[in-house]
Design a protein around this ligand. Structure first.
Ligand SMILES: NC(=O)c1ccc[n+]([C@@H]2O[C@H](COP(=O)([O-])OP(=O)(O)OC[C@H]3O[C@@H](n4cnc5c(N)ncnc54)[C@H](OP(=O)(O)O)[C@@H]3O)[C@@H](O)[C@H]2O)c1
Length: 545
């Protein structure tokens, strides 16, 4: 079966996926609730063929509902008839143990619970890093039950369904009673802000809050949507004189850190975070990726609500267990907090593990692994990066991880099978642009385009993934320990333009697409328009080869 009516972008990405049928198992409205807005630094999340819906929010941030509507419209426009909704994937495996080609996908109809096995030639795994809740054992609903805790306990991913449940019972948010929110990430902040805006106080418990960017007036596009921030962050290769100056000379490094320190200090001030506030105890903005963009802080946003005393902060602290009194949680500092509802905003675990049995995962080579012996050699490679002197303390290398996924897209071991790829496992601040280019890379890979540069062997691909992981451990200490493996195959965070250029270069396509002169290039706005003709460009290259 061939799909004729897709837009070239989608077609190029999926044309070989459809040997029998194409299925995607999309999420639903379940996780969207009022007040959610996208928080990424680039501030845009869309694909090149379809313009963004206009954000109704004063801050011009797309809300969760608008984002959902955009995706729905995209699916209606370009994916009609190729998405099957309402199925849950139970497992992905090879047709038989000895086979190294073709895929069986075991699915369950969510309504009828009937199961069936579908067969495919190729798979693109797009399950992302935030679909499987991570719940520490000691504070799980099971532990709550064991301790005879009388209140409700649920993960932040269920917040919307819990709101719906309250509504169905004829109650409003006050029905949650006294709320304890566990975690300092964006989920905890969003839930706390939602409740505060409904007049419900909560106590948010964390060791460190996410870092954030905030400004008193919107940044010009030339700063926010250009390469400016990306060159202030060192990349594994420094391709311009300016980057080499900023990261390998003392003066450049001083300038780099001066700008970062200004950005961070300015963010606290813009969000009204006082000098003695526990919200100062954040993740490291330069050395980490646990950072959200607040833009111009909204009066009804988390930081402002904390400032107004509408949200209680309990930090630094962790929730350790449930009290035997049945009505409170115990903190690791010995404290106790009364709770009718405990929201576990404790993050996510890998979405890959439930899908692959041990044998399939091993055959595919998808699992991450301890850092390889090349560790010392590769880490030496970046010794001249002055801007990376004085990193924060990190866990020892024996406790670290390396990804096994080449370019964050293809399990190195499966390189030559050309029947499995991943999109969405790269942690980035420009999802739309990054995932669209990745779709083209995958298409080139599946189509066996001769111009796509690939390593000469699975071993070389694995060494590449190891080297990249060594770089990420140096650049972002401990971040591979935080982000689960289904969204940390690569971290294309501040430096997403450099990572995209690597993919474009692999395909033999033009890089530095935003253009500009030797002086203006860092400030040229990167637009999706630059990549809207990638299919045609690839076709042309293919016709010449
Ligand atoms: N509006 C949006 O765009 C939006 C909304 C929500 C989430 N997100 C994104 O989704 C991703 C996941 O975010 P998330 O907030 O769900 O997860 P997260 O960033 O992984 O945060 C989990 C938090 O729970 C804490 N935690 C775990 N166990 C704890 C305990 N026993 N006591 C106290 N704290 C505990 C963690 O602290 P430790 O690290 O110290 O263990 C961490 O602060 C992020 O990339 C985020 O930016 C975006």
């Amino acid at each position: 079966m061939k799909i004729q009516r897709l837009h070239p972008l989608v077609y190029s990405a999926v044309e070989l996926l459809v040997s029998s049928q194409l299925i995607h198992f999309c999420g639903t409205d379940e996780r969207v609730y009022p007040g959610l807005t996208i928080n990424n630094v680039y501030g845009e999340f869309r694909f090149s063929p379809q313009p963004s819906l206009a954000a109704k929010d004063d801050s011009k941030r797309l809300s969760g509902f608008e984002m959902r509507d955009y995706m729905k419209k995209f699916a209606d426009n370009y994916l009609e008839g190729v998405i099957r909704y309402g199925f849950h994937i139970i497992g992905v495996m090879r047709p038989n143990n000895n086979s190294s080609s073709g895929w069986n996908v075991r699915v369950e109809d969510v309504r009828t619970k009937q199961q069936q096995t579908l067969t495919f030639d190729r798979i693109v795994l797009c399950t992302g890093g935030c679909s499987e809740p991570y719940i520490p054992e000691e504070i799980s609903p099971k532990s709550a039950k064991h301790a005879s805790f009388k209140g409700h306990v649920f993960h932040s991913s269920q917040f919307r369904t819990q709101l719906d449940k309250l509504q169905a019972e004829g109650k409003d948010e006050r029905g949650f009673g006294e709320v304890v929110i566990v975690g300092g990430g964006k989920s905890a902040q969003d839930v706390a802000a939602y409740l505060a805006n409904k007049g419900v106080r909560s106590s948010v418990v964390f060791d460190k809050a996410d870092a954030f960017l905030a400004v008193t007036s919107p940044l010009p596009d030339a700063i926010r949507r250009s390469r400016f921030l990306s060159i202030l962050s060192p990349h594994s290769s420094l391709n311009s004189r300016l980057e080499r100056f900023l990261h390998t000379t003392s003066l450049g490094s001083t300038i780099t850190h001066f700008i970062w320190n200004k950005i961070i200090a300015g963010s606290f001030d813009a969000a009204g975070v006082t000098k003695d506030s526990p919200l100062r105890n954040t993740q490291d903005a330069f050395w980490g990726v646990r950072i959200n963009d607040e833009g111009v802080p909204k009066p009804n946003g988390f930081h402002m609500l904390v400032k107004e005393g509408k949200i209680d902060i309990v930090a630094p602290a962790r929730v350790a267990s449930y009290s035997s009194d049945g009505e409170s949680v115990i903190l690791n500092n010995g404290g106790k907090l009364k709770a009718d509802t405990v929201v576990l905003a404790t993050g996510y675990t890998s979405s890959w593990h439930p899908l692959f049995d041990e044998q399939t995962a091993a055959g595919l080579g998808i699992n991450r692994h301890p850092p390889g012996p090349s560790l010392v050699k590769t880490e030496d490679e970046w010794n001249n990066y002055v801007s990376l002197s004085n990193p924060p303390a990190a866990h020892p290398s024996s406790e670290q991880w390396a990804s096994s996924i080449y370019r964050g897209i293809v399990p190195a071991k499966n390189l030559f099978n050309r029947d499995f790829a991943i999109n969405g496992a790269v942690f980035t601040t420009n999802n739309g642009y990054a995932f669209e280019v990745t779709a083209h890379w995958i298409s080139s890979y599946f189509l066996n385009d001769s111009n796509l540069k690939l390593p000469s062997s699975p071993e070389e691909a694995l060494a590449h993934a190891d080297r990249n992981s060594a770089w990420l451990r140096k650049r972002y200490p401990d971040m591979l320990l935080w982000a689960n493996e289904s969204y940390s195959s690569n971290l294309a965070f501040w430096t997403w333009p450099q990572v995209i250029d690597e993919m474009l270069s692999d395909m033999g396509l033009k890089v530095y697409r935003s253009g500009g002169s030797w002086f203006t290039w860092p400030f040229k706005v990167i637009e999706l328009k630059e990549i809207e003709k990638l299919k045609e460009e690839r076709d042309e290259l293919r016709s010449k080869s």
